[in-house]
Design a binder for this molecule. Structure first.
Ligand code: GRG
Length: 317
């Protein structure tokens, strides 16, 4: 995998080079800053399940997905007025909102060009996935500061904004490597379920971590009016704690009220209940591996979602 990671890195950097050094620098900013490259890794693993392995086209398919991810981060940081990401200044903080929007568009353009070079099925799928990201984000926006946000809204939003791109990365890897349709569908189900675990874990960490671990104060989502699964589960209890939380939420919070809201969510069973839901997605991902045969690679695929969830497990969960 180390050699494949190097291929991914080289392909990522090459994908954003233009004749304009200014645009190249802006478009490269978050690539140089790091990132886990989970989407290309998933595409490469899908390719490795095939007879042809992780060809250059499989790597390119994963890179197209990672460029969509990056483009969405550029735009997300503008919307959130975020100042740091991956331990460096955001593009909007360093160059300005207009540059960040345009460079984000440019990343989507390069992703689309790569996808088109891999065939119409891949191009169509990536285009639909960009739409799913926007739908997921709009669903979140529609319910900001909404204490009545239905749980279905949360699940649909994280499916669109996060899980769908993992599903698509795995699917594109499978398509480009020429795997059979059943395996391609199982890879898609695996990626989607893994992505759901990823986002629930990310949302739990926002509530349970320390500011030092997060690099920003805990409870950022609460402050921004984004009520995630543990919060919705706490509100749904209908007990005194739910009433206290409801009285605090529904509007922007100062640091003191945010910490009060955090304490209520942490002391109830909303977090454990959200972790339980994530366990269901872990099981979905593991079940999706049933037709992949037995190998160390498939074993690693089976173990990855539970390993992700273990980062938020405590004695209470
Ligand atoms: C322009 C494609 C496009 C979309 C517009 C802004 C937006 C709609 C969607 C963004 C949604 C969003 C920010 C989803 C969360 C993405 C996510 C899971 C981020 C964390 O990913 P990691 O941990 O990050 O893989 P690294 O830094 O490792 O890449």
């Amino acid at each position: 995998m180390d050699a494949d990671r190097e291929r991914i890195e080289a392909a990522m950097r090459a994908a954003v080079v233009t004749s304009d050094p200014y645009l190249t620098e802006i478009a490269s900013h978050l690539i140089v800053a790091g990132g886990k490259r989970l989407r290309p890794v998933l595409a490469v693993v899908a390719g490795q399940l095939s007879a042809v392995g992780a060809t250059d086209d499989v790597v390119q398919g994963g890179v197209a997905c990672e460029l969509v991810h990056l483009g969405s981060l550029y735009h997300d940081d503008v919307m959130d007025e975020a100042e740091t990401r991956r331990g460096v200044e955001t593009v909007n903080a360093r160059w300005g909102n207009l540059q960040a929007i345009l460079a984000g568009d440019f990343l989507l353009s390069r992703a689309s060009g790569i996808a088109a070079s891999l065939g119409t099925e891949v191009a169509g799928l990536l285009a639909r996935t960009i739409g799913w990201l926007c739908e997921g984000q709009i669903e979140e926006l529609r319910h900001t500061y909404d204490v009545e946000r239905p749980e279905e809204s949360y699940l649909a939003s994280i499916h669109g904004k996060t899980a769908s791109l993992y599903g698509t990365a795995a699917r594109i890897g499978g398509i480009v490597a020429g795997l059979d349709r059943d395996t391609i569908d199982a890879l898609t189900a695996y990626g989607n379920a893994y992505g759901m675990v990823f986002q629930v874990v990310d949302d739990v960490l926002d509530l349970t971590s320390t500011a030092a671990q997060l690099g920003k104060p805990a409870g950022h989502d609460l402050e921004e009016g984004v009520y995630t699964l543990p919060v919705l589960r706490t509100l749904a209890r209908g007990d005194a704690a739910a009433a206290d939380l409801r009285a605090l939420l529904g509007e922007p919070l100062d640091a003191e009220r945010r910490d009060l809201a955090l304490a209520i969510v942490r002391s109830g069973d909303g977090i454990a209940s959200a972790v339980e839901t994530a366990r269901g997605f872990v099981a979905e991902a593991v079940n999706a591996c049933d037709g992949f045969g037995e190998s160390p690679l498939v074993e690693a695929l089976r173990e990855a979602p539970a390993a992700l969830l273990s980062t938020v497990l405590t004695d209470a969960t």
